[in-house]
Each structure stands twice: as structure tokens, then as C-alpha cells.
Design a protein around this ligand. Sequence first.
Ligand SMILES: [Fe+2]
Ligand SMILES: [Fe+2]
Length: 388
Amino acid sequence: MLSWDEAENTTGATLNNSSYRRKPVSMLLKPLDDKNQINQRTSGTEAAEQTTTGIQPVRAEDKRVVNGQTDINQLAPFKYPWAWKYFLNANKNHWTPLDINMAQDVHDYHHTLTPQERHVYENVLSYLTTSDILAMRNIGLAVMEKMSAPELQIYQARQVYEEALHTWTYQHCIETIGLDQGEIYNRYRVVPEINHKIQIANRRLDSVLRPDIDLNNRDELENFVMAYMFFGAVFEGCWFYNGFSPIFALQRRGLMKGTAEQLQYIMRDEVMHCGFGIRTVKQIIIENHVMPNPKAIRDMWDESEAAEAGYARYILKDTILGYSAEDHIEQFRFVANRRAHQLGIEEPFPGARCTLSWLDEQANLRKEKNFFETRVTEYQTGGALSWD
Ligand SMILES: [Fe+2]
Ligand SMILES: [Fe+2]
């Protein structure tokens, strides 16, 4: 069964897949004389510039997630075949927001939702749209350039596109429903509880947006690991994952089904982003023997929980049928424990309960096609469903 939370097995990568094995050097290169040998410390970019002079072949075992010295322009041999599989699987998940019928949502919003439910709907969209632009900029401008293996960068390039697609999706919902775009897009500036989450993300991620960051410096590397851990495990893995559920609660009652279906497609992408981010962070930790300070990790969870609680109590200051702020906050803690487990670190909130037992099933509902007369969200463009 497809799992929305375990998009990829996070155990160690298999490095000796037969299809990725190196060919013998003799099949690839003529013998080199000494003066044409590239220094082993030559950077990936520099190595690429000298390809016409003859170089040592790229060996999978020499690749590194960061600070690698192998040719960044040569895809294989793979050291991280799981990253390539993420790219292949992501490319099965094609949709656009125009594929989904929003007509009933227009009627629901204007004629069926209560004022409290409209408050939830608008603020969820306001938060998500700002967050997804932030996600696009972070992965494209801060993270991707730090990677020194192309199979990692290629999935992240796809991820950049997906974050842009998500932003289009929210815009499509906002425009189709007929919301005041100027007001919705500016709301994160004037609602402190939304703004606080965005500012936390900006502070944590801006520190690695600098182009001059030197990941050979241990402090800089630890900071980068911490920032990517926050991005994959909290920002995408908890805040996004949990962020869709208020709309799913409406969907369960037959309301705003078009928007919810859009969010189900986005959630499928985000689960993969989270899984990829966590796996990449773990690989950096293994390769560089670096681990962020446990107190820094504790602070990350506490700060994220407090911000999520404030946000939940704002968007759900009036409980809607079947969904409360306390449900949302406890579910955040439950999902945070799951992410910690994936990271291989201590659970931050022992004993947290799953308060939205329907969430995984809701996001993955085969029978939804019959129940809500909409398209199954497991729709993919190619091949059998498989996350690995
Ligand atoms: Fe996204
Ligand atoms: Fe994402």
C-alpha cells in the first residue's frame, strides 16, 4: 500500500546496484601522462572545464553530497541511486490545477461555508502560498547549489518546479473562488500568527542563502545541516503536511472538494520532498561525521511547536465541525515524532497521539473516486505505483 509518510525507505543507500557499476577504466579512457592528470583536489566545476584534456574517471565512491570533488556535470556512476529514483517517481506525478473542477467549491464558499469555515479556508491558503514561494527559493537558491552530486541536484531541480506548481495551484484556487487577491496575499504580513511561522523559516533558511558559505568550515556545515533538517523535517514534513488537514476536514464533509483534491496532489509531492530532504541530511551527517547540537535540535522542535500552536489557535479560534485547534496541535507533535524517527533522532514529543486518524487514509483514498465522484489522487502518468 502506498504510504504518504514513508515516501522512501530511509535506511542506507545501496551503492552497488549492478546497473550503476563502473565500466573498467580501460573502456573509458586512454592512458594519461602525468602532466594531464587532474589533481584529485580539483573542484567539480574545474574538472568539467578540463574534460577535453583527459581526466580520471568519476568513481561513485568519490562522490559526496557536499564538498565533493567529482565532476558535477557527469550524472553516472551513481552513488545515490535513491535520488535518481526520487526524480523518476516525481515525474510520474504530473497534474496542473486546471485539471480539477472547482465549480462546486465556488458555490460552497459563497453559499455553504460558515464564517468560521471561510476564516479557516482563507488563512490556510494565505499561509500556504507564502510558504511555497519560500520553499521554492530555498531549495533552488540555498540548497541545490551546495550539492556536489548531480543526481541530487536533478531531483531538487524538479522540486523547484513543483514548488512553483504549488504556488500556481493556490493562486488558481484564490482566483477561482473570487477572493480578494491583494488582501489574501498580504495577510501573512498583518496576521502575527501567520507571520511568525514565515519569519522563523526566513531566519533559519536565510543563513544558508549566502553564496559565500564555506561548507568546509565545520560551523558552517553544522548550520547548513540544521537548516536543511528544519526545512525537510519541519517546514515540509510537519508544517506543510499538517497544514492541509483543515481543508481535508471540510472535504470529509463534502465541502471544498476541488481545493482538497488540489492539496492532495501537493501533499504527495511534499511527502517526497520531506523524505528526500531527510535522507540527504542523514547522508551529509554520515559522510562528514557532523551532527547538530542536541540543544539546537530541541530548540527547533520547541520553536516550531509554539509557532504551530499559535497559528492553529488563530485559524481555529472558532472550532469547526470535526476539527479543533487542539487536534491540530497534537497532530503536529505526532507527525514531528514520525519525522524524528525518520531522522534517527530522539522523539521530541513522547506519547503524542494521532488525533487525525483519518489523515493518512484521506490523503490516500482509493475509494474516494466513488465516494466523492472525483479522480483518484493516486493517479500517475507512468507505470505502477511505487515510491522506491
Ligand atoms: Fe510545495
Ligand atoms: Fe516542498
